[in-house]
Design a binder for this molecule. Structure first.
Ligand SMILES: [Zn+2]
Length: 280
């Protein structure tokens, strides 16, 4: 009788191990997942790269004595300071902190080398119709309207200031419509997250008293082409529009804009990092 009980216990215990061992092996497997994959599965935002568009001998667009490169640099620094203030644990990296020329590939490369979790490229818009105003945020993707393509073309034209740009950018020619189509068809793995970040930015912009949101858009931007993380390009406002220009060129306007951007970042980060709990 006692023998039978002992045998039964053994059977029961073995059965327990049968259940536990695979679970244990799974834990070992998860623990041994190579660190090179860590970003892919990382559910936290630790590093952000802020890219001040243009710089040096590339002023970007300009009107009324206000240059895009100066606005974007000031904006990048203020945004970075506000993010650091709100979330000191987040590392902020800049593609430039001075008035210098940085090639488009290098901007993406800085983000990739830093293993960044987000890339935000800051720009100002321009349009021949000077009544057009507002902020629009782009993710990489197919443009649905000619105006979106025009914005990408204008920003991509910066390549003409670089040497050997066709070699560096797989034969991309800013003067060729086919090249822009090619880039617009490029979809990176982070498109969904890029659009989510863009939406947070435009939502916060729409809440500001002096800014109007023109919404989330998509187009083929060379600077977003090879970034290996969610990436957006923000057209803060139209320098061709006096009201937008005066807003962006004022201390109060810059503060209002960068505060909205920083809030959008916090919103995105909170939602992104809350995802695992929601996956039950
Ligand atoms: Zn620009």
């Amino acid at each position: 009788m006692s023998y039978s009980n002992a045998k039964l216990n053994k059977v029961v215990n073995f059965s327990k191990w049968e259940k536990i061992v695979p679970f244990f092996l799974l834990l070992v497997f998860v623990a041994m997942t190579p660190p090179t994959n860590s970003k892919k599965f990382r559910r936290s935002i630790q590093t952000i790269v802020i890219d001040a568009g243009h710089g040096g001998h590339d002023p970007g667009c300009s009107a009324g004595g206000v240059k895009e490169k100066d606005i974007t640099l000031k904006m990048a620094k203020e945004l970075g300071d506000k993010i650091t203030e709100l979330m000191p644990e987040v590392k902020v990296i800049y593609t430039r902190k001075t008035d210098k020329f940085v090639e488009l590939w290098e901007r993406a490369d800085i983000a990739n080398r830093s293993n960044a979790d987000l890339f935000i490229s800051l720009h100002c818009n321009s349009h021949k119709n000077t009544t057009i105003s507002g902020t629009e945020t782009f993710a990489m993707g197919l443009h649905k309207a000619g105006d979106n393509l025009d914005v990408a073309k204008r920003e991509n034209d910066v390549l003409l200031l670089e040497t050997d740009y066709q070699e560096k950018y797989d034969g991309f020619d800013p003067s060729s419509p086919e090249s822009h189509i090619y880039f617009s068809l490029f979809q990176n793995a982070y498109m969904d997250q890029s659009i989510k970040l863009a939406s947070k930015i435009e939502t916060q912009i729409s809440k500001t008293p002096n800014r109007n949101s023109r919404g989330v858009k998509q187009a083929g931007f060379v600077v977003l082409w090879k970034t290996g993380m969610p990436s957006v390009l923000v057209e803060a406002g139209f320098l061709s529009n006096k009201k937008d220009r005066d807003f962006l060129n004022s201390e109060a306007g810059m503060d209002e804009f960068t505060t909205a951007m920083a809030k959008a970042f916090v919103d995105y980060k909170n939602v992104f990092e809350g995802v695992p709990a929601a996956s039950k």
